[in-house]
Design a protein around this ligand. Structure first.
Ligand SMILES: [Cu+2]
Length: 231
């Protein structure tokens, strides 16, 4: 009797309950996260309350890899990789397209049949509204499929959406574009899985923000104007 009681005590009394629970639930640990708003997380699948996008399953990072909390969310380092625009002109991404400017950047590929056409149509209307306000903000569409999207293809794509000057469509060699995408926080493992994220920034002010690319053109223009007014 005493031995049995001792065994029970040992099992339930002396074994820390947390370990017991952890051993019972050894399955992949993760959470659901909005691709647009990493601060929106949930234990269950669902939609982001901010932008309506379907939350994506993300594996939890081991605790020791938690990023330092001090990094400001607006810090974006824009790499100066070599790119080609839709006219085949060789440019350096940061120096020629971003430095000293207010820009909105989206990420597209010309053979996309899902979100890129509406994303690009939205950018077209953003460009029209910016022109009406005499804004000097520039638009950039970065191809997430640089192997297929030649400058010629981008030129046709730009023409189809009636892009005006001040809107650059860029491609380049795959490794340069991939490192650009990675540093802009839009690393894409499968091009068909890309997020409709837009980066809006004021380089001089060092101000960057993200927006949902399928928001109304008016609300995007508002964010661009806000960025432009940053000092
Ligand atoms: Cu697309």
């Amino acid at each position: 009797m005493l031995t049995k009681a001792l065994a029970i005590l040992l099992l339930f009394g002396f074994v820390p309950p947390m370990n017991f629970v952890a051993a019972q639930t050894r399955k992949p640990v993760g959470h659901y996260e909005c691709p647009m708003h990493p601060d929106v997380t949930s234990k269950k699948p669902g939609k982001c309350p901010k932008c309506g996008m379907t939350l994506r399953f993300t594996k939890d990072k081991p605790k020791e890899e938690a990023p330092p909390a001090e990094t400001p969310s607006t810090a974006v380092r824009i790499p100066d990789v070599a790119v080609l625009d839709q006219n085949g002109k060789a440019l350096n991404f940061y120096t020629d397209l971003v430095k000293g400017k207010v820009v909105a950047i989206n990420f597209v590929f010309t053979t996309c049949t899902t979100i890129c056409p509406p994303l690009t149509a939205t950018f077209r209307r953003v460009q029209q509204q910016l022109a009406e306000q005499n804004s000097s903000a520039q638009l950039i569409s970065v191809s997430v499929d640089p192997a297929v999207d030649t400058p010629e293809r981008l030129r046709d794509f730009a023409a189809k959406f009636k892009a005006e000057p001040g809107w650059a469509f860029v491609t380049g060699n795959t490794s340069d574009i991939n490192s650009l995408l990675q540093q802009l926080g839009v690393a894409i493992t499968n091009k068909n899985d890309h997020t409709p994220m837009i980066l809006i920034g004021n380089d001089e002010a060092g101000y960057w923000t993200r927006a949902y690319g399928l928001s109304s053109p008016t609300s995007l223009v508002k964010l661009i104007t806000e960025a432009a007014n940053r000092k």
